[in-house]
Write a protein that binds this ligand. Structure first.
Ligand code: MLC
Ligand code: AMP
Length: 503
């Protein structure tokens, strides 16, 4: 028996004529197209020399063909490695060196630059309209493919997440991690073949790729694919849709739109939120306007989804609900891992079939983040209330979540500190009305250095993806430090607290 993710998804595919993806420009792809298209692409990858276990790195715009490519990789037994479209060449160079992909599929505009990188693999292209060399290579191939057999523990994907030390780590996700989580979510959130999901998330992260796409595939449902978030387009699609998955910024932006009404949302059965904290105020405002209680859930790249508010019971604002079936929680003391009594605040540790296999080629980092009994240390500070609801009250990791994207301060600080005229810097997240948290930097200049905010941002442009760039840079005489010499970021956060909220 083939235990591959694809085999487990396919077991639920509906009639081949059923629509799988419809784009907002009216393109339609059926389940039959999905089977044939992913088979052709799998043949093309094999013809390019791809072998089971190889990595296929992909940095492309959102399109139905990008989903076919993802499925083709899984069918060929390779690990799919999607990359944020915002990553710069400098960032890509690191991923290529670390993951050693057999093939890199990119936008045609990036082809020459990527091919010129040191140790660049074979480069193929795919554009936003679903055209490119990889599609040309697939065009005349057979529409069926003998899927490579995989064990549950074999890799299906690698997703890079930045780290507190500044170096990105590749989270290795297995066939079982992804398939089991999709199976659980389909049941927990009551997805069926009648569902039509509004899909406006990027498809290079857990949320848009695994939570949204795998769940709809596992249910045999359909998706309306939008290249990006646009409130007008989303509201216009609601009468044909049943569900939407979003980050909190989706909901605050929808609430600013006069078209968000009870009537506009009357055909919808489910709105979910995750990737960043949803303010209880947003939850209430959304219910007041639409009558829908947003269902908030909680996950991580390393663990897929861990917790969710209930579909039927009370969806409690400001909480992320209960552990999903099969997922075990332990609220623990940070240093020892000792379990704390219910109601106390500690670090969340999780164990279950959803939890990743480890970091790609980083055994020490993997060992440091797992307990001996298999629990993974999330770094999220949590509390479980008397009714069993999980509250995320903070983060032990130095991480900023901006509009659902993670920014690790260390990575940005390293780039700023390397600039001429900079003594040192501290990067912090400040309350931001649109992105939840906005990235800001406090910089200490060398005596006499003329460096200004614009110059720093200009220098960072080609080095870091734009969403990681500070939206404000402040100059300070020195960084506040405690007696141990550790930078007190909380002091900086208090000092600059309202810079984004007051515009
Ligand atoms: C865009 N920009 C951002 C940003 N997104 N800056 C900070 N944070 C972000 N999230 C920058 C752009 O580069 C641009 O800068 C400027 O902000 C304005 O862009 P915009 O047009 O307003 O952005 P938009 O395209 O509307 O995107 C905003 C967004 C998007 C919130 C819709 O970021 C988004 O789709 N986020 C979802 C991320 C996600 O899927 N996360 C899941 C991770 S998985 P400039 O300088 O270029 O003009 C995970 C696990 C789990 O966390 O539990 O799910
Ligand atoms: P990522 O590394 O992108 O997978 O981000 C995972 C982190 O996002 C988690 O460790 C949490 O800190 C945060 N996160 C995800 N969902 C939620 C949520 N619903 N509420 C608060 N934080 C969340």
């Amino acid at each position: 028996m083939n235990n591959s993710l694809y085999a487990r998804l396919r077991a639920h595919f509906p009639d081949p004529d059923k629509i799988f993806i419809e784009t907002d420009t009216g393109r339609r792809l059926t389940y039959g197209d999905l089977e044939a298209g992913s088979a052709r692409l799998a043949h093309a990858l094999v013809a390019r020399g791809v072998k089971p276990g190889d990595r296929i790195a992909v940095q492309v715009q959102k399109s139905p063909e990008a989903i076919l490519l993802y499925l083709a990789c899984v069918r060929a037994g390779a690990a799919y490695l999607p990359l944020n479209t915002g990553y710069t060449l400098a960032e890509l160079s690191y991923f290529i060196g670390d993951a050693e992909p057999a093939v890199f599929v990119c936008d045609p505009k990036m082809r020459d630059a990527i091919a010129a990188l040191p140790s660049a693999p074979g480069v193929e292209t795919l554009d936003a309209d679903g055209r490119g060399t990889i599609m040309d290579a697939a065009a005349d191939r057979p529409s069926t493919f003998d899927d490579v057999s995989r064990e549950r523990d074999d890799l299906a994907a690698i997703l890079y997440t930045s780290g507190t030390t500044g170096r990105s780590k590749g989270a290795m996700l297995t066939q079982e991690n992804l398939a089991s989580n999709a199976e659980v979510l389909v049941r927990y959130w009551r997805f069926t073949a009648d569902d039509v999901l509004i899909h406006a998330l990027p498809i290079f992260h857990t949320h848009g790729l695994f939570v949204a796409t795998n769940v709809l595939l596992m249910a045999g449902g359909s998706m309306i694919f939008m290249p990006r978030f646009d409130a007008d387009t989303i509201i216009a699609a609601m009468p044909r849709a049943t569900s939407m998955m979003g980050v909190p910024t989706f909901y605050t932006r929808l609430l600013e739109h006069p078209g968000l009404t009870r009537e506009a949302t009357s055909h919808m059965r489910l709105f979910t939120s995750g990737s960043a904290p949803l303010l209880a105020d947003t939850h209430r405002a959304f219910e007041d306007r639409t009558g829908h209680r947003i269902l908030e859930r909680y996950g991580m790249t390393e663990t897929n989804m861990n917790a969710s508010n209930p579909y039927e019971g009370e969806r409690r604002a400001g909480t992320v609900g209960f552990p999903l079936p099969g997922v075990e929680f332990r609220v623990a003391e940070a240093e020892t891992g000792r379990a704390l009594p219910q109601g106390e605040t500690g670090i969340l540790e999780v164990r279950g079939p959803n939890v990743f296999k480890g970091y790609w080629r980083m055994p020490e980092k993997t060992a440091a983040e797992f307990r001996a009994d298999g629990f993974f240390i999330t770094g999220d500070i949590v509390k479980i209330d008397d009714d069993g609801y999980l509250h995320i009250v903070g983060r032990a990791k130095d991480l900023i979540i901006s509009g659902g994207y993670n920014v690790y301060p260390k990575e940005v600080e390293s780039e700023i500190d390397a600039l001429a005229g900079v003594v040192e810097s501290a990067v912090i997240g400040l309350p931001h009305p649109d992105f939840g948290e906005g990235v800001a930097a406090a910089v200490v200049r060398e005596a006499g250095a003329k460096l200004e905010e614009d110059a720093i941002l200009a220098e960072l442009q080609g080095r870091l993806a734009r969403y990681k760039l500070p939206k404000r840079v402040f100059f300070v005489d020195e960084l506040p430090r405690n007696t141990m010499g550790k930078v007190q970021k909380n002091v900086l956060r208090e000092r600059f607290d309202n810079v984004f909220s007051t515009g």
